[in-house]
Write a protein that binds this ligand. Structure first.
Ligand SMILES: [Zn+2]
Length: 190
């Protein structure tokens, strides 16, 4: 899986060899499409999308070009997930968040659990990215909980990236990229 901000740009990058295999840096070729997905957006509407697949000409592994706005394996767009995580960072319960966003409370609880379980990795990923894009950035102040610290570091990183490379993308899509699509990845059991 390769998380991409702009699907049209990613296809151009594949054609122009600017986007290469994350495993071996080999050239990528178009390789059909992944299955069509239908996701709920924050307005309550549905968005249907069909991510493109690419295949590495060297190692022959296929990758999905996953748009950052559509988290892997989730039925909701990233902005809905982001609003839920932000509310959780501010101490709201999964029930309140679910009622506010029109998302089942159990679904919200699942997102929060996954982010909590990898909060330290996300915080480190955010902190490193933030300082890569802005070496003058002051230390990120602890926000009060592991989840809040992770959200704060990722938000700081997204802002630093947007400033540095004049990125025109919603913050949670940038965060999805910084998290390498791992924000809501399933937890390893055992
Ligand atoms: Zn490869």
């Amino acid at each position: 899986m390769i998380v991409v901000l702009d699907e049209a740009q990613a296809q151009a990058d594949v054609a122009g060899l600017a986007l290469r295999c994350p495993g071996c840096s080999g050239p990528l070729r178009r390789w059909g499409f992944a299955r069509t997905r239908s996701l709920r957006s924050s307005g309550g509407g549905r968005v249907s999308l069909r991510p493109r697949r690419v295949r590495c000409a060297s190692c022959r592994i296929t990758h999905v070009l996953l748009p950052a706005r559509a988290p892997a394996h989730r039925g909701y767009m990233i902005d809905v997930v982001g609003q839920a995580l932000l509310a959780s960072a501010f101490g709201q319960s999964h029930r309140t968040i679910g009622a506010d966003l029109g998302v089942p409370a159990d679904t919200v609880r699942g997102w929060i659990r996954r982010v909590k379980a990898r909060a330290e990795w996300l915080r480190v990923q955010g902190t490193i990215t933030a300082h890569n894009y802005d070496p003058m950035l002051p230390a990120i102040i602890p926000a009060g909980s592991p989840l809040a610290d992770a959200v704060s570091a990722l938000g700081t990183a997204a802002a630093a990236m947007v400033r540095r490379i004049s990125l025109l993308a919603p913050p949670w899509q940038v965060i999805a990229m910084i998290a390498c699509g791992q924000l809501l990845a399933p937890l390893r059991s055992g």
